[in-house]
Design a protein around this ligand. Structure first.
Ligand code: UP5
Ligand code: MG
Length: 201
């Protein structure tokens, strides 16, 4: 995809920081297409005949990062499909929960499309843990339990935070405090993102 046609915003933040919640609102407000890497992986895991089903299942339960070939292909296909459905070559995408590792960031930008901005939802582990345990009562997600949550936090700190720091160095990160109410987080996010997209520097 050409960056003159396609705007990519990576949406990062720890497990339970509120990436999905905020993306849903940005779709309603700003006409982005929302692609959650985690949701795409869970869909692929359940697709009959998928050769990656068991692998994805094991990685997610252990809070580990699925090999990037799988995730990047799913994202690329979903982007193509979204544009096809809209009958256009131009679009704006929120890529939620990806890249989670430095090599994924490089590979995606090289093979698919460079990222314009990174939204980073900053949230203390204590708050994220409470949210995930609460959601775990009804979510059915195999990783919303105390043990998997601990592993997810660890992967985030050790492997995914360096990605945020890298883009910070590139001046591309919009950092938002994710602890207020969803409504207040959204107001801040929407304002900062609109400004940055209009005036990139
Ligand atoms: N909530 C949200 N905002 C709130 C607020 N401001 N105040 C109070 N409550 C708030 O929110 C989580 C919960 O908190 C919800 O109940 C919500 O109502 C509440 P959500 O918006 O779902 O947060 P999000 O950041 O999206 O949390 P999620 O659990 O989806 O984050 P993860 O990053 O852990 O999950 P993801 O689906 O992205 O990845 C899952 C796994 O897939 C990874 O661990 C990994 O194994 C695998 N994966 C890869 O391997 N590669 C990838 O590229 C992506 C994923
Ligand atoms: Mg999510």
């Amino acid at each position: 995809f050409s960056p003159s046609d396609v705007t990519v915003v990576f949406v990062l933040g720890g497990p339970g920081a509120g990436k999905g919640t905020q993306c849903a609102r940005l779709v309603a407000e700003q006409g982005f297409t929302h692609l959650s890497a985690g949701d795409l992986l869970r869909e692929e895991q359940n697709r009959p005949g998928s050769q990656f089903g068991q692998l994805i299942k094991d990685y997610i339960k252990d809070g580990l990062i699925v090999p990037m070939e799988v995730t990047i292909k799913l994202l690329e296909n979903a982007m193509t499909e979204a544009l096809r459905q809209k009958g256009t070559t131009k679009g704006r995408f929120l890529i939620d929960g990806f890249p989670r590792k430095m090599d994924q960031a490089h590979k995606f930008e090289e093979a698919v499309c460079p990222a314009k901005l990174v939204l980073f939802f900053d949230c203390p582990e204590k708050v994220m843990e409470e949210r995930l345990l609460e959601r775990g009562k009804t979510s059915g997600r195999t990783d919303d339990n105390a043990e998997s949550i601990r592993k997810r936090f660890r992967t985030f700190v050790e492997t995914s935070m360096p990605v945020v720091n890298f883009y910070e160095g590139e001046g591309k990160v919009i950092k938002v405090d994710a602890t207020p109410t969803p409504e207040d987080v959204f107001k801040t996010t929407n304002k900062l993102l609109t400004e940055k997209l209009a005036f990139p520097r």
